[in-house]
Design a protein around this ligand. Structure first.
Ligand SMILES: NC(=O)c1ccc[n+]([C@@H]2O[C@H](COP(=O)([O-])OP(=O)(O)OC[C@H]3O[C@@H](n4cnc5c(N)ncnc54)[C@H](O)[C@@H]3O)[C@@H](O)[C@H]2O)c1
Length: 309
């Protein structure tokens, strides 16, 4: 089939592009390279450079595509707190623009990258999809707005939409640089460089770390599962295991074969205490199982960091 991956030059999107190309699909990428990188781009992909909020470009990119995987977004929570307007334009307006282009061009299904941040940290753990959503940053608001747009486009226009709430994705190509980097690449980079990894707060805050190829697999399954089961719905994509930041650091140090002496820094405002997804609905309706355990995922990520920097 022909598929469009928005954000296909980014961390998760580029792995998805590789998987689609590997199985013989014809792949387009729509990306403005805000955080994405040309080095991530699969050479077999056809590139449409520009913003998902550009109506004309989005329509052209959707032309003749059966499925759109919509991953393009400004995804750093802290950046959204500092710069809410560009986040809203890329995420909320960008998602609406992609849905409208998909509708206009007769796309069958849109698989949307949402986020566990929509829960806001108050829901019972493990968290099911029907838990209350209390977004606590402009980023989380934008992701939740995108989910509602997806549902409404299914209900009003019959576009098959499936929203996936990713939980803390990690893996090769996740950037360890920049003020908004995620904890796994930051820890691995520090350990490789012989620096002390910085732990915000007491380190007992816990996350549900989900390896990138499991998220790619979830996207592929969400694109092909029967519409009667999943269209217009939302699913957690989570391994379903809680790991504290200190446990993560210990595992990373084991994998790297070094000692880790953390440096503690003040807790970050709005940091959620616990996060763990109930992955039952995705297993039932989409046959998704996130099976890569933390040490295996960390070893693969470390290997890629050593090879490619
Ligand atoms: N990484 C995670 O842990 C995580 C967790 C939950 C949800 N998500 C979601 O997954 C998706 C992919 O995230 P990622 O971690 O790969 O981030 P990323 O920053 O590596 O990828 C995002 C991509 O979108 C592109 N982009 C940004 N704004 C754009 C715009 N206006 N028009 C076109 N392209 C644009 C960037 O250049 C980049 O290539 C995002 O939607 C994010 O919200 C990620």
């Amino acid at each position: 089939m022909r598929a469009l991956v928005t954000g296909g030059a980014g961390f998760i999107g580029s792995h998805l592009v590789d998987a689609l190309v590997a199985r013989g699909d014809e792949v387009r990428v729509l990306d403005d390279f805000f955080t994405g990188s040309r080095a991530n781009l699969n050479p077999a992909a056809e590139v449409y450079e520009g913003s998902v909020a550009d109506e004309e470009l989005a329509r052209r990119a959707c032309e003749g595509c059966e499925v759109v995987f919509h991953l393009a977004a400004h995804k750093a929570v802290l950046r959204s707190v500092e710069h809410p307007l560009p986040t809203d334009l890329a995420n909320t307006h960008g998602t609406l623009t992609v849905l409208e282009a998909a509708r206009a061009r007769g796309v069958r299904r849109v698989v949307y990258a949402s986020s566990s941040s929509v829960y806001g940290g108050t829901a019972p753990v493990p968290t099911r999809e029907d838990a209350p959503t209390v977004p606590r940053s402009p980023y989380a608001v934008s992701k939740l707005a995108g989910e509602h747009y997806c549902r409404v486009y299914h209900e009003l226009y019959g576009l098959e939409t499936v929203s996936l709430r990713y939980f803390n994705v990690y893996g090769p190509r996740q950037r360890p640089d920049g003020a908004y980097a995620a904890v796994v690449p930051l820890f691995l980079r520090a350990l490789l460089d012989g620096d002390r990894p910085v732990v915000h707060g007491d380190g007992h805050q816990a996350r549900d770390f989900t390896y990138v190829t499991d998220v790619v697999d979830a996207n592929l399954r969400a694109a092909s599962a029967p519409a009667s089961r999943c269209a217009g719905r939302v699913y957690n994509v989570a391994r379903g295991v809680e790991t504290s930041v200190l446990e993560l650091l210990a595992a990373a140090a084991r994998v790297a074969g070094v000692e880790a002496e953390p440096e503690f820094a003040p807790a970050r405002a709005g940091d959620v205490r616990r996060s763990r997804g109930d992955a039952g609905a995705a297993a039932r309706d989409l046959d998704v199982r996130c099976e890569i355990d933390l040490e295996t995922g960390l070893a693969r990520t470390l290997d890629a960091l050593r090879r490619h920097g």
